[in-house]
Write a protein that binds this ligand. Sequence first.
Ligand SMILES: Nc1ncnc2c1ncn2[C@@H]1O[C@H](COP(=O)(O)OP(=O)(O)OP(=O)(O)O)[C@@H](O)[C@H]1O
Length: 441
Amino acid sequence: MKDKKLLIIDDDVDILSAARLFLKRHFEEVVIEKNPEKIPFLLNNYEFDLILLDMNFTQDVNTGREGFQWLDRILDLKPKSKVVLFTAYGDVEMAVKAIKLGAKDFVLKPWDNDKLLNTLKGALGEETEEKITGPNLLIGESDAMKAVMETMQRVAQTDANILILGENGTGKDLMAQALHQNSGRKEEPFIRVDLAAIPDTLVESELFGHIKGSFTDAREDRKGKFEEAHKGTLFLDEIGNLSLPIQSKLLTVLQNRQVSRVGENKERKVDFRLISATNSPIFEESTNGKFRQDLLYRINTISLEMPPLRERGNDIILLGEHFLELYAAKYNRPLDGLSHALKKEMLRNPWPGNVRELQHAIERAVILSRNNKLEVEDVFGNVSRMKASTNAELKSYDLEEMEKKLITKALKQFNGNISDAAKELGLSRAALYRRIEKYEI
Ligand SMILES: Nc1ncnc2c1ncn2[C@@H]1O[C@H](COP(=O)(O)OP(=O)(O)OP(=O)(O)O)[C@@H](O)[C@H]1O
């Protein structure tokens, strides 16, 4: 969300500054406004990617009527606006009505920071999903890909637990989303937990939740991911990372469909569909005691194996063209395809990092290219650097480095004229200034 602009409208100044303080780390810009009358002016003069709108302006605290009117007004002025509503406890019915009227989602006040962030991401995600990660855009026409897509279609509608296997970057995450989108639970939450990214000590409270005081940092009661996924889908990514004690707790939840938060005896019913994914040899691990066999049996009612890119034939060209189009638009580069020689080279490369590696290689190439077609050296020019990074993955600092170079070049070309350089780079003047400051150019 780092490149997105958010507008928050609420007549409570404390709420505005608290929300801004937390959200400005996650958005490029957060604009706050106390007076809803300013909405038309703001919408007519600025572009916002997302609007967070209070439902309960003081005049109409209980009915939310004013909130509805403003929602309406926003959608009249800019029909494509993504609006998330802020609403006080107890207003859920009203918020649901608002969603029917065109809001994307709602957040209850007082809010939970993680939840607020997830909701905003979700509201923005719809667009990214359509463009990049939508289930229809699990690109691929190879036999291997067709087979796995066909299985996906067949099993998505069932509530069966699904285990997605495959090397890094083969699209396991996208596949999990596709399963959810094609299931009867698609209107309900899709909650992803990356078990490789959560420290061992926190996994239990992340998954099961906790109550206030159950450990030093537990300042308030918190729902776990099982509860968040209630009625929807829970996606446990990198499940091979679960420690044995948590494995046995997970098994119990799967058997009883109930969770108790850490520090609490009460059991809460949870209804979720489980999708797991791993790139570790989990069957082997289950024979040497690192992963419980009974749990593996449970999570693996059906398994789907994502084929590696090197076994997907011509898909690499389709994917390459897709990413080229995406990044040419993003970086405003006039590129119209992959050269013939490049296609040949792409087909010969083993791509150990699979689609993710390809995606990053194309992104970098788009930024560096000088011609109207991508050439072999744009993608494979700097082989040593590609090898040096793990999984040949392009780290964000590489991208930043490139951005810096690009900006420096443009500034030189236009003798430091900000307007001309910004135009060439496809940035606003303000965005260019920000980057000049950031990179200390
Ligand atoms: N078939 C596909 N079509 C379009 N994009 C894809 C496809 N497969 C993967 N991608 C893109 O490649 C990147 C990596 O995909 P994803 O995160 O789903 O892989 P993964 O198997 O979950 O990786 P890891 O094991 O490292 O978590 C994402 O940006 C995703 O959008």
